[in-house]
Design a protein around this ligand. Structure first.
Ligand code: SF4
Length: 419
């Protein structure tokens, strides 16, 4: 079992409740509670004023040191293990291929997205540097230390890509530019390309352009919710969060213009209450614009406003994963696919033998994201166990083997033909 397995007990699954998808009316986030005044805006952490001392592992102590970007960033547990900053092993993978970095501040992210472990409402119970995000801990490390390690030999680094994730904070743009410049000053972006996971709410076209000028290769927008209604419920007015669907689209279209085809995209979480038809229609729209979709399977993150809700049933997830791969990489179109009255995929619109070959190749079920150095449809961003436990994998951070494919076919309800 992986050292990064989170001990959270997930909510009862939709399968246990007799459903094979997560419907809109069930996936209602709970309302955020009021934060006590002495914990608002990182007051509690700042009052302690403990100077940062090198690497900070979450839960080292309850009062996180006063660390902030651009001097400090947080990085995924998988990236910390790969860099040698933390010990441990990951089930099925030797390393991660993406160095995922998060900007960090004692006040944390000022947005309140319902599915997110970094959301603002959590300041009532947990310091920012101790919060889990996509199921794992994110140690805080001086940016200079990370660069020193990678700059020794970028060409033979295990990392095929670096990604800076912005959060919602007044300093987020300036600090992204600084972190990006520090990196590209010492590490050739041709050796390790850089992606930006943006925060459109506070960005302008000039900001998008600046990331490109400083050497970023791909620019993505975390739409996360697949419809405007779901967006508003999970990241906008519904949870006292500042994000707007229209602003996210505005910045994504700027990125399309500035970065060009295949160099922009959107993150989408599957299973938050949208139908399979709705999410695949969005994927098609992105393909038609020249972009890509990066998919996440909804998992009830501990401490989030959706931690009482069921994870996405594997059958819903597999159908969407397979259909999205066909749209993104095999030239299929959503109009050729068929859906039932609940919006579930009933036909992928390609011949059965072709579909069988694509399933058996297994790539459709790997984690999706920005490409690495192996091939275009294999993501560098493998996010080991970011959307599921290793015992019931949603996005495979490694090439699925025969046993995995047998299981996947069962989840897809497509007869097993493997020897
Ligand atoms: S803006 Fe991003 S980091 Fe902040 S709460 Fe929303 S999803 Fe989480």
């Amino acid at each position: 079992m992986s050292c990064i397995e989170n001990k959270t007990k997930p909510a009862a699954s939709a399968e246990e409740n007799g459903r094979d998808f997560n419907p809109f009316d069930v996936m209602e986030p709970r309302a955020p509670l009021k934060t006590p005044a002495d914990r608002k805006n990182g007051k509690h952490v700042k009052a302690n004023d403990i100077p940062p001392q090198g690497v900070y592992l979450p839960n080292n102590n309850i009062l996180a040191p006063h660390m902030k970007s651009p001097e400090y960033v947080q990085l995924s547990t998988a990236a910390a293990i790969t860099l040698g900053i933390m010990g441990g092993r990951m089930y099925g993978c030797e390393c991660t291929r993406c160095l995922n970095l998060l900007l960090t501040y004692p006040e944390g992210c000022r947005a309140n997205c319902a599915y997110c472990g970094l959301a603002r409402h959590r300041e009532a119970e947990r310091d920012y540097a101790d919060r889990n995000f996509i199921r794992v801990d994110w140690p805080a490390v001086p940016m200079a230390d990370i660069i020193d390690i990678v700059a020794k030999d970028p060409a033979s680094s295990p990392f095929h890509r670096m990604c800076i994730s912005m959060i919602t904070h007044p300093r987020s743009e300036d600090d992204t530019f600084t972190v990006l410049k520090q990196w590209t000053d010492r590490i050739d972006p041709d050796a390790i390309p850089v992606s930006i996971l943006s925060n459109p709410t506070t960005m302008t076209r000039a900001d998008v352009q600046r990331t490109k000028d400083l050497g970023a290769d791909i620019f993505t927008v975390a739409l996360d919710a697949a419809t405007p209604e779901l967006f508003d419920r999970t990241r906008g007015k519904g949870v006292q969060s500042p994000h707007k669907w229209s602003k996210y689209w505005e910045i994504m279209l700027e990125a399309r213009d500035i970065f060009g085809p295949q160099k922009f995209g959107a993150h989408i979480i599957v299973g938050m209450g949208e139908t399979e038809y709705e999410v695949l229609n969005l994927v098609q729209e992105l393909v038609d614009l020249g972009g890509h979709s990066h998919m996440f399977c909804f998992f009830p993150e501990q401490g989030s406003l959706m931690d009482h809700l069921p994870a996405t049933p594997r059958d819903q997830w597999r159908r969407v994963q397979l259909a999205r791969y066909l749209l993104d990489y095999r030239g299929a179109r959503v109009e050729q696919m068929r859906f039932d009255e609940l919006g579930r995929v009933t036909d992928y619109g390609i011949p059965a033998s072709e579909l069988a070959d694509i399933i058996d190749a297994g790539i459709a079920f790997r984690t999706s994201g920005c490409p690495g150095k192996f091939q275009d449809d294999i993501s560098a961003c493998d996010r080991p166990y970011g959307d599921s436990p290793p015992s019931d994998i949603a996005s495979y951070p490694f090439q699925p083997g025969k046993k995995d494919l047998k299981r996947i076919r069962k989840q897809l309800d497509i007869p097993v033909t493997l020897e």
